[in-house]
Design a protein around this ligand. Structure first.
Ligand SMILES: [Zn+2]
Ligand SMILES: [Zn+2]
Length: 369
């Protein structure tokens, strides 16, 4: 054993014979110093002069290292506490360390963090107080920067086959896109965003941050509203770093006939209220209330005459129920009593019914559910 164990290497004072180092705590050069020399240079806490927290003015995300993180509804004081906890270092020789922090909001962008530390060093409890100012500065995260710059990689164009979109389809398509993207964001995907939703006369154009996201949105819209989509690479550009960017258009064709539309398939069985299109058109025969399904060969685009939609039906008075097959009502245009077939959806207790007139014939229409 060396002599140096018994004398302080800095001041030469004799030091009490120390025990061997604790397991796992190798004895460094400072460990040989006497207590006076050791504590002369000792800092329990190593703290930076100040900490800067960069917050995105657009979305509130906080820059952590090389990336941006969403902080949700949390207060920036919480962020400041976390940043301070990460930035402060407690001396490795200290054990039983305890600490507390008291934030003091100085102004909107400055929080003073008053930190108190204590720990056992060389058998005695040492304490330290440090104040670290946290400066909040505002910038723009890469995501908000890309949105502001109009960046997008995929477009979903929602259109319908040989007709305009209904108001309900427009609303539904946009809300499917928004809720799907919001779900990806909530899962922590900061690269998922909608750049723009443009309502054109033909239907909405939804610009999205990636091809994959756009394809998934197109898939969800056609799952719910029917129809199908095709993809077309539309344009190749270069981004700021010279990388090629492929933009892909996902062109949705919603089914030819919209729910609530009234069509006549020209099959001598009279008009049909369309209820949906899932590969084939489903509906209800107005004359009987029986279900209608388009022929397999015609798929979801059978030849049919468009008569109108449920909103075009008017409320009219039931005069009398004649029998199981016939009802007398007032003609919605001439108000003359007229006898029409009695469909299964007709409620015999009703005083009024919805009816639509086409080609001189009156048809009952089921109430909306
Ligand atoms: Zn000494
Ligand atoms: Zn942002």
């Amino acid at each position: 054993m060396s002599e140096s164990r018994d004398f302080c290497p800095r001041c030469g004072e004799p030091v009490p014979d120390r025990a061997e180092p604790l397991p796992g705590r190798p004895r460094g050069r400072t460990a040989l110093l006497c207590d006076d020399c050791y504590f002369a240079d000792f800092d329990l806490v190593d703290a930076p002069d100040r900490i800067e927290v960069l917050v995105c003015a657009g979305c509130g995300a906080v820059r952590r290292g090389e990336s941006w993180r969403d902080v949700g509804a949390r207060d920036y004081t919480d962020i400041a506490v976390e940043e301070v906890a990460e930035a402060l270092g407690v001396h490795v020789d200290a054990t039983d360390v305890e600490w507390g922090v008291e934030p003091e909001q100085v102004d909107a962008n400055t929080i003073r963090m008053h930190c108190r530390f204590s720990g056992i060093v060389r058998g005695t409890r040492r304490t330290a107080e440090v104040m670290v100012p946290v400066m909040v500065s505002r910038g723009s995260c890469d995501r908000c920067g890309r949105i502001a710059g109009g960046y997008y990689a995929g477009v979903v164009q929602v259109r319908a086959d040989e007709r305009e979109l209904t108001a309900a389809e427009r609303t539904e398509a946009v809300s499917i896109a928004e809720s799907y993207v919001a779900k990806q964001e909530a899962k922590g995907d900061r690269e998922a965003f909608i750049t723009e939703i443009k309502e054109t006369d033909d239907g909405p154009d939804i610009k999205l941050s990636s091809n994959r996201l756009a394809e998934n949105v197109a898939g969800r819209i056609t799952d719910v509203l029917g129809g199908s989509f095709e993809s077309y690479p539309t344009l190749v550009t270069e981004d700021g770093d010279g990388n090629e960017v492929y933009r892909v258009t996902f062109a949705i064709r919603l089914p030819r006939y919209a729910p609530d539309e009234i069509i006549d398939p020209d099959d001598d069985e009279g008009p049909v209220l369309v209820t949906g299109s899932n590969d084939r058109v489903q509906g209800i025969r107005l004359a009987t209330g029986e279900p209608y399904t388009s022929a397999y060969e015609e798929g979801d685009a059978p030849e049919a005459t468009r008569i109108g939609d449920r909103d075009d039906a008017t409320e009219t008075t039931v005069v009398t129920v004649e029998d199981e097959h016939a009802v007398q009502i007032l003609d919605p245009e001439t108000y003359a009593a007229t006898t029409v077939p009695r469909p299964t959806f007709f409620d015999p207790d009703a005083e009024t019914v919805l009816a639509i007139k086409h080609d001189g014939r009156v048809h009952l229409v089921p109430d909306p559910e």
